[in-house]
Design a protein around this ligand. Sequence first.
Ligand code: GLC
Length: 561
Amino acid sequence: MTESPDTAEVPAPPARTADWWREAVIYQVYPRSFADANGDGMGDLPGIRSRLPYLRDLGVDAVWLSPFYSSPQADAGYDVADYRVVDPMFGTLDDAVGLIADAHHYGLRIIVDLVPNHCSDQHEWFQRALSEGPGSRLRERFHFRDGKGEHGEVPPNDWESIFGGPAWTRTKNSDGTPGQWYLHLFAPEQPDFNWDHAAVRDEFATILRFWLDLDVDGFRIDVAHGMVKAAGLPDLGSLEQTKLLGNNATPSFDQDGVHEIYRSWHTILEEYDGQRIGVAEAWAPTLARTANYVRADELHQAFNFAYLATSWQANDLLSVIDDTLDAMRPVGAPATWVLSNHDVTRHTTRFANPPGLGTQIRTPGDPELGLQRARAASLLMLALPGSAYVYQGEELGLPDVTDLPDEVRQDPAYFRAAGQDGYRDGCRVPIPWTTTGPSYGFGTGGSWLPQPEAWASLSVEAQTGQAGSTLEMYRSALAVRSAHPALGAADNLRWCDSAQDVLVFERALDGGPVFTCTVNLTGAPITLTPPGRLLLASASVSLGPDHVVLPSDATAWWTTG
Ligand code: GLC
C-alpha cells in the first residue's frame, strides 16, 4: 500500500526556515485511526505514509503523530514501555524513518508525541522497581511511598487520578503482603516519573536526541504541566481535584519548577539545525499561566485549551481571542488555536449541543446545526493570527460517535467511571476514505471502532471535488492562508463595529489589501454591505448588487484585493 513519493510532482523539502511554526497549520494524526495498511483493523505507520499525498494536497504545513511507541495500550499508547521502539501494531522503526523522510519530501514537517510525565507499568525501570522491592534505587525514579494508617492501608495523600479513583495504587511485596504505594495521575498502568531525579532528566534528554537525530521537526509534550509536583506531595484538601482549566493552582499540576525542564530542552532543540519545536499540552488554569510555557527560552507553542473550551457565543469568543493575543504578546509567542483533538468531543458535536456541557459530551444534539457551526468555527479559527491545529477528520466535518457499544470502548477513563474524560472513544473512530469497502477505505479489514454507515457520505472520496463540501472548504481556506502568510504571521487583528452577536475583524494583508472575517452568531440570517470581494464562506451566501445575506451560524472571508 505504501507508495514511494513521485519526485516529479512534489514540492521541495521544507526549508528549515526561521519560525515556520508561528503561522503553521498542523494536522493531528491519531495513528490507530488514520489508515490501516495491513488490514488488521488498526491504523499503522505504513498506512499514514501512503496517505501523505492527501495531507500535502489538503495544504497543511506539518503533521503531529500521537504515540506509536512500544506500549501495552492501557491508554491507547500514552503508556509507553520503550520510548525508542515502535510498537509492532504500528510497524517498525524503519517505517518511522521512512515516514519522516517521505513527509519531508512532500514538504510536510513531522512532530512526534513525547510522554514524559509517566511511562507504562511495563517499562523496564518500573518493572525492576517493583521486583527489587522497597529500598530499590529504581523506586526513586517514580513516586513510591509508604501508606498512612496503622498498616499503611491509606494512600499517601488525597490526590485523585484524572481518570477517576485514587491517584495511588498499592503494590504487593514479593511474599504477597501489601507493600508501598505508587503515584499515577492517570491510570494505574501509567506510573508517574519523579522529575527530581537526575536519571529521569538525563533519560529524556537522550530520548529527545534519539528522535531529533531521526530528523523529527518537533515534539508535542504530553501533560506538559504535570511533571513537577509540589514538594512533599501535599494534600489537595478542598481544591477541585481533576479539573485544572479555570481552577486554582493545585500541587499536582502547573508547578513553576516545570519550566526549568523546558529551558533545558530548549537548548537541546537549538543544537539541531533549523527550527525544531516543542508544543505544550498544558492545561494551565489561565492564559497567563499558559504563556509561561512559551517564553522565549522554553517551548514554542502551547495549545489554547481556553479557546477549545469556549462555547459558540459571540461575547465569549471575542473575549477569549483578545485575552489570548494579550497573553501571548508579552512573551512573543504565537497563539496556538485548536478546536478538536483525541481527548475531547469533536467541535461538530460540541456545538450541536447546548453550551455549558464541557468538552466531554455523550449526546449527538442537533447534528446539522453542529456541522454548520463547526464549519463557521473552523473558518473563524483559520482567520486568526498564529498557528492552528486540525484534528484528523475535522476537515470532513465528522461528528463524535456517541452511541458506541460499551464492549468496543477502550478509553480507560470510561471504565474508571470518572465522567470527565470517559467518552474519548467517540472522537477516535477511524476515518472514512471511500464511499464503500469494509471500513470505508480505512483499510482492507475492519476497524477497531465501528464506523457509522452515514460516514460513507462524509468520506474523502465523497467530498473531494464537491463544491461546498467541508473538505473543499478546508482546502480553500488553507490555500488562502498559504497565499497570504500574513494571515497567520501578523499580529494585526482589529475588531470592527458590528451588530450584536456578529463578530467582524480586519487583518491587513501583505501588499495592501484588507482581509475581513465576518461571523454570524445571531441565530438568524443577516444582511450586510460586503466589505470586499467574497473569498470563502462556510455556508451559501446570497449576493445582491450592494448587499449580501449571510445565513446564521456562518463565517465569511472577504478581501479588498
Ligand atoms: C494527555 C493525552 C491523553 C492521555 C493523557 C495521559 O492528556 O492527550 O490522551 O490519556 O495525556 O497520557
